[in-house]
Design a protein around this ligand. Structure first.
Ligand SMILES: [Mg+2]
Length: 422
C-alpha cells in the first residue's frame, strides 16, 4: 500500500517567530513579516549574516546567508533584529507538540521542519489533503505563524512539495505527478543540489530535473561519484528512507558544530565528523545506550541544511563504526559547496544489548573495538579528555579532537585559520 507522508515546514521560521513574539507577547503593532526585515547580526556593529528575511526584504534582493553589510547596501531601510535561539526552541516545541497530537510518527528534521507518517489513517483524518489544510490552519490560528505542507508517498517528494509556492500552502507531489510538477524544474531546485553540482550538471547539458532523471546513472557516477547516484534516485522520485520518530522525552544523541571558517575539503570535513562521532559515541557509552540510526547534516554558506540518515545492521556505540557511517552519508550528500555546519545525530536507541547478527562477509572484531573504546573512556575519565586522542588529530591543529558535547550542538571548537598558522 502506498504511504502517505507529510513534510511540514514553517515559513521563514526565525522571522515569523520574531514577528509573533512581538505581536502576541509584547503587544507590538508592527508585523515584521510585512516590512523589509531580517533576522541576524547586529546592525550597529554591522556584522553577522542574514538568517531569515521577510518577503519585502527578499524583493530588495536580500539573501539568506549573506553578510549583513551586503544586505544593508541593497536595502538601506532594512529592519534588523538579532536572533533569539531560546525563543525559537520554544516555538519549535509548540509546533511539534501539535503534530504529535495526531500521530507518534513525527520526525523532527530541523528546528522548523518535520515529517509525519500518515499512512493508513484515512479513517481517522479523512482525505489527507483536506486534513493538511485543517492542520495548517490550526497551527496558524493557535500559534500565529504559517507553514507549508507537502504530501507524497515518500519523504523526499514530500519535502520537494512543501518547497513549492509559499507561504501558507498545501501541495502534493505523488509519483504520478512527477513528470508534470517536478521534471520541468531546474536541477538547482533538487534539495541536494548546490551551486557546484549545478555547474557540473550544466556542463553535461543537464538543466532540468527531468533531464537528470533521464540521464544514464553511470555517466553521473563517473562525474559526481556517489552523490551523482543519490541525486539521480531523487530526480526519479525514489527514496526508501522511513519516518524515524523520536518519542518525546527520548534523548537524542547528536552533536553539531558551526565552523569559524568554511570547510572546503573532504579531509577537514572527515576530521570534524570523527571529532563529532567521538563525542556522540562517548555519550552513548556513558548512558549505556546503543544507536541503530546515524544521520549527518550539512549546512552550506547559503544556510541551506540537508541531512541524510542510514539504519545500521546492528545497534552500536563504537566511535569508529559511527564515524564510518557518517563518512559514507557525507560522501552521498556533499556537493562540494563550502560548509558552515556539520552535525552527527544518532537515533533508534536501545539500552539492551541485542547481540550482533554475524555475517560471513564481515570480519570486524567488534568486541575488540568495544574494549578499546572502554579503555579510552576510562583514561579520559581519570586524566581528562585530552589525555588520549586519535593519531590523526596529532598533526592537525585546526580541528579539536572532541567537538561540542552539547545535544543542541556545541560551541565553535575549530580554531581559526589565523591560530593555525601560528
Ligand atoms: Mg522553513
Amino acid at each position: 500500500m502506498e504511504k502517505v507522508i507529510f513534510h511540514i515546514d514553517v515559513n521563514s521560521a526565525y522571522l515569523s517567530w520574531e514577528a509573533v513574539y512581538r505581536l502576541r507577547e509584547q503587544g507590538g503593532s508592527v508585523d515584521l513579516r510585512e516590512i523589509p526585515c531580517a533576522v541576524g547580526g547586529d546592525k550597529s556593529k554591522r556584522h553577522g549574516i542574514i538568517l531569515a528575511k521577510s518577503l519585502a526584504a527578499k524583493a530588495c534582493g536580500v539573501r539568506t546567508g549573506e553578510p549583513l553589510t551586503e544586505a544593508l547596501k541593497k536595502c538601506p531601510g532594512l529592519t534588523v533584529v538579532p536572533a533569539h535561539h531560546s525563543l525559537y526552541r520554544q516555538y519549535s516545541k509548540k509546533f511539534m507538540d501539535i503534530l504529535r497530537e495526531y500521530t507518534p510518527d513525527v520526525q523532527q528534521y530541523s528546528i522548523d521542519e518535520a515529517f509525519m507518517d500518515m499512512s493508513g489513517m484515512e479513517k481517522i483524518i479523512g482525505d489527507p489533503v483536506a486534513f493538511a489544510h485543517k492542520l495548517k490552519n490550526r497551527i496558524s490560528r493557535e500559534l500565529g505563524f504559517t507553514v507549508n505542507i507537502g504530501i507524497s508517498s515518500n519523504k523526499y517528494l514530500a519535502k520537494m512539495a512543501s518547497d513549492f509556492e509559499k507561504p501558507d500552502k498545501v501541495h502534493t507531489l505523488f509519483p504520478e505527478e512527477i513528470p508534470t510538477k517536478m521534471w520541468p524544474l531546474p536541477v538547482s531546485d533538487l534539495i541536494f543540489v548546490g551551486r557546484s553540482t549545478q555547474e557540473a550538471l550544466h556542463k553535461l547539458g543537464i538543466y532540468t530535473i527531468g533531464q537528470l532523471a533521464g540521464t544514464d546513472v553511470e555517466i553521473l557516477r563517473h562525474h559526481l561519484k556517489k552523490q551523482g547516484e543519490t541525486i539521480w534516485e531523487f530526480a526519479n522520485g525514489r527514496d526508501s528512507s522511513l519516518v524515524e520518530p523520536v518519542p518525546e522525552g527520548n534523548k537524542m544523541y547528536g552533536n553539531s558544530t558551526t565552523v569559524a571558517f568554511d570547510i572546503t575539503d573532504e579531509d577537514t570535513a572527515r576530521m570534524v565528523l570523527l571529532s563529532l562521532s567521538e563525542t556522540v559515541a562517548s555519550r552513548l557509552r556513558k548512558d549505556g545506550q546503543k544507536a541503530q540510526m546515524v544521520s549527518v547534516s550539512i549546512r552550506n554558506t547559503d544556510m541551506k541544511t540537508v541531512s541524510h540518515q542510514k539504519v545500521m545492521p546492528a545497534a552500536t556505540d563504537i566511535t569508529e563504526e559511527i564515524y564510518e557511517a557518517a563518512c559514507q552519508l557525507f560522501e552521498e550528500l556533499w556537493d562540494q559547496s563550502p560548509i558552515r555546519l556539520l552535525g552527527v545525530q544518532t537515533g533508534k536507541l536501545s539500552s539492551e544489548s541485542q547481540g550482533r547478527q554475524m555475517s560471513l562477509f564481515d570480519n570486524t572484531d567488534y568486541e575488540k573495538m568495544e574494549r578499546m573504546d572502554q579503555a579510552v573512556d576510562k583514561i579520559r575519565k581519570k586524566y581528562g579528555k585530552n589525555a588520549i586522542m586519535r593519531a590523526s588529530f596529532l598533526d592537525n591543529k585546526k580541528v579539536d579532537h572532541m567537538t561540542g558535547g552539547h545535544p543542541d550542538g556545541g560551541q565553535v571548537n575549530l580554531k581559526t585559520l589565523k591560530e593555525r598558522k601560528k
